[in-house]
Structures are given as C-alpha cells and as structure tokens.
Design a protein around this ligand. Structure first.
Ligand SMILES: [Zn+2]
Length: 487
C-alpha cells in the first residue's frame, strides 16, 4: 500500500517523493535529510554542497545549446511540520511517513504528508537527475528549517547562489503564480507607571469579550473581522467619559500573528454608575453583533462584579493608553496599486497587557513594499510615543515587491497558456515567504513561486492532489525550456 504512489505519474517525481518520505525530516532534525540530499547529488553526478546554515546547494550545467539562457535557481525547503492525530503512534525523528491514495489525493496515515515541501524537493531531484531535459545553467537551493522561522533563508550568504531567476516550489495551488509576499516587523510599546489606590466606595467589574473569529493576521486581515482590543477601546472610551470608570487591568490577544479574539478588562466605577455600565455592556454586545453579524460568530460581551482591587492605573496614564489603543492603525492600510484586490500594507494590534504597574502593546506590521512597512511602523511609533510609551522595533524582514513586468512571469504566463489553454492566476500573498528573505540577500533576482495543489498543510489532513503534480512538473520542465536568454 505504501508503495502504490510509485505507480503515479510522473513516475520520476513520485519516486523521489517516496524516497524522501523514508527520511525523517521534522524541523530542527535535518542531519539525515542533508546527508540524503548530498548523497543524491553525488550519485547523479552534480556538484552538491552544504552551506554553513544547513542549506543544500546543487549546480548543474546547461544542456547542450542552452548555455545562453539565464541561470535559474530552483528552491524548496527540506524540513516538514511534524503533526499527527492524537491516537497515532509516530516518531517524527525516526519513523518514515506512510502514504496512501485516497481517490485523487495522496495522504499520510495520521500524520502530515510532507508534500509541503517534499514535492518541491522531489521535482528538483527529478530535474537534477534527468539528462534528457533542455535547460540553461541550473542551481538548486534546498533551505533548512523554513517552517520554524525561515532560518535557512535568513542565514543565506551572498554568493551562495548566483542565478538571475528563482523558482520557489513551495506554493499550494496549481495554476497560481505568486509574484510577491509581505515582509513584517514587530513593534512593542511599553510603559511603567506607579499605581494609584482605587476609591474604596467604588465597585469593580470584570468585562469580558469573547467569540470573535480571529484568524491569520496577514492572510485574513482584509476580511473585516473584529479586533478584540479595538472593540474594548471603544467600550473603555465611553465608560471613562460617561461613567467615571477607572482601569485596573487589560489583557487582550496572545499571538502577534493572530487577530485577537478575546479581551478582558477590570474596571472600577462608582456604585451609582453600575446600572448604566451594565446597560452599556448589553448595548455594545447588541451593536457589535449587528456590525459584524455576517462575519463573526455571535460576539459575547459580559460584565460581572468582582472583589474590589487595591490598585489601579493612574487617570492620566489610563487616558493616554486608551487613546493610543483607540488611535493605533489596525487592519488594511493600503492595497497594491498594480494588482486588484490584494493587500499591500496592514497592521494587527495584536496584544495588550496592562496592570500591576506595567503596560505593553504589541503590533505586527506587514507590507510587500519595504518603504510602506517603514512608514506604517513609524506612524505606530508616533502614536505610542504621544502616549508617553517607549517603542522598540524587532523581527523585521523584507517583503517581496511584485514586479508585474517580470520577464520570467511573462515567459511562464505564455508557457502556461500554451500548455493548458488557460491563463494562470497571478497573486501576491500577504504573509512571509522565503522569497522575501532570499531576495534581500540576492537583490534583483526575478522570482516566481508555484507548486502542486496541497490541502490542509501543517495538519494530519495534509494531502496532495495527484493530477496537479503532473501539471506542476510539466509546467516546470516547460519553464526551464523557455527560460529567457541572458542579456
Ligand atoms: Zn512550505
């Protein structure tokens, strides 16, 4: 059963995918796969090496008559996400991946399949091995530890690859060509303050917001979902203005790259305002469910009385913090002018923690254009500095700015149309890809990302669409044959 994928077409690609699945390769445990890939290079007679951060590099000369073509780098990542069903006994560091065929799909038995990005490597191996293909000079860059932070791409040294064109084989929908991705940068704003005592005659309320969908802060930022910290800022602004509310603590969101789904504050108010505040909580819940009705699952916004704490955020600091959270840019800032319906620049007001003398706000900014990312992060810095907070940038990485006039894009569009009788879709992804990082190390490279169709990668339901693998590989071979001539 495990071997039945060997009979699938194209056989050379499935053969290599099968042998890759015998080699355990979860992120962080790459010795075996590196040895395997180096050995393979030697066996098929191409130059192969390992760079200092664990990337495997192949070089193959042009086939006869194709020496004048631009040099192409084929790129994939060697690690896979180790996820399994709870009741499956599988040791990702030692056990091979067991595959089976489910109709038009190849799946694994209770684990991730590793087609992300084993299919990319299998295609590279097939190209490296085949002596009958027509292609210009080739390099392959098989990167280490993409899934846990793109470490191989980040560690790439200038000169490791020298091609003018890079074909990244790590996309998940056959028929789509990716020509750009977003870079990102984290901004953290912090403040320490001396707490002030609460009014002994006040009462305390814990106000909890739940039920939002959240989602990926890049890919789903344009869907108009609610941000829990933003909704809470609207509530706080009003109860401070009309009910003499004081702030004790605020906790909203827990991951930078997820739209925050929940938020909880503790406030104090004079007893005489309790009824008003509770009525306003109910009003917010009604209003937000109306505003976000078709997008969110029912939003729950509730208040309950809790014991009166001793300390709270001083009034002036509270006002500054609530104002800054209220004003902070969140969501889509700009769409890409040259590509329809595609986000260029966005931010996610991800995490707010206030209490016990400390305030911390974390935002993730993304853009496919580095200058727009910098503009956005600077505007976030301005917003939080006005509130007297310290700001610090971290984790910045480059985006991949789409070039709709790219020569390889033109060649691949024509080649796809003539092969399959339809236009490929051209897209930009609002999340990080290795191309952004590699493009920053090797500036001016003309890049495209494509791949066969995969569903549910990073989960035990990961599956690879069999017919799409043939189309993907045929398209890759045709692309190599049609590579533009060197200038
Ligand atoms: Zn991948």
């Amino acid at each position: 059963m495990n071997n039945t994928i060997l009979s699938l077409a194209p056989q050379n690609v499935w053969k290599h995918f099968h042998s890759l699945n015998q080699i355990p390769r979860p992120s962080g445990h790459l010795d075996k796969i590196q040895q395997f890939l180096l050995e393979f290079g030697k066996n098929v007679g191409i130059e192969s090496s390992l760079d200092e951060v664990g990337n495997v590099v192949y070089r193959k000369p042009a086939s006869v008559g194709m020496e004048n073509r631009k040099k192409v780098v084929l790129q994939a990542h060697m690690d896979m996400v180790p996820q399994k069903e709870q009741d499956v006994a599988h040791d990702f560091v030692n056990d091979p991946i067991q595959t089976w065929i489910d109709g038009e799909w190849v799946r694994a038995k209770g684990t991730t399949l590793g087609a992300d990005d084993g299919m990319g490597i299998a295609a590279i191996m097939a190209v490296m091995e085949d002596k009958t293909l027509k292609h210009g000079p080739l390099e392959a860059l098989i990167t280490a530890d993409e899934e846990t932070g793109m470490f191989g791409a980040f560690g790439l040294k200038p000169g490791t690859v020298t091609g003018e064109i890079l074909l990244n084989l790590d996309s998940e929908a056959e028929g789509e060509l990716y020509i750009g991705c977003a870079g990102g940068e984290d901004l953290t704003a912090t403040l320490e303050y001396k707490e002030s005592p609460v009014d002994k005659d006040d009462i305390a309320l814990k106000v909890t917001l739940k039920g939002l969908r959240g989602g990926h802060s890049g890919m789903e930022i344009n869907e108009g979902r609610a941000n829990a910290n933003k909704l809470m800022a609207r509530f706080m602004n009003q109860v401070i203005a009309f009910d003499e509310a004081c702030l004790v603590s605020w906790h909203g969101g827990n991951m930078r790259n997820a739209i925050p789904r929940e938020c909880e504050v503790v406030i104090t108010v004079p007893q005489s305002e309790e009824e008003d505040v509770l009525a306003y909580v109910a009003e917010c819940e009604r209003l937000w469910n109306e505003e976000y009705g078709v997008i969110e699952t029912p939003i729950s916004f509730k208040a309950e009385k809790v014991d009166l704490p001793k300390w709270m955020v001083p009034e002036e600091i509270r006002d500054n913090l609530v104002d800054a959270i209220y004003a902070c840019q969140d969501g889509v800032l700009r769409m890409i002018p040259t590509i329809p319906d595609t986000v260029e620049t966005s931010s996610n007001l991800a995490i707010v923690n206030i209490g016990e003398g400390k305030a911390e706000v974390k935002i993730l900014a993304r853009s496919s254009r580095d200058s727009m990312k910098d503009y956005l992060v600077t505007s976030l810095e301005s917003c939080f500095s006005m509130a007297g907070m310290l700001t610090a940038r971290s984790g910045g990485y480059s985006g991949w700015e789409p070039n709709v006039n790219s020569p390889i894009l033109k060649a691949m569009r024509e080649s796809y149309a003539s092969q399959f009788g339809k236009e490929p879709e051209v897209k930009v992804i609002h999340a990080g890809l290795e191309c952004g990082i590699i493009g920053a190390v090797v500036p001016g490279m003309d890049m495209i990302s494509f791949g066969p169709t995969l569903n549910s990668p990073h989960t035990p339901s990961e599956r690879c669409h069999i017919p799409s693998v043939k189309r993907f590989y045929d398209f890759l071979v045709a692309t190599l044959e049609n590579t533009p001539i060197r200038n």
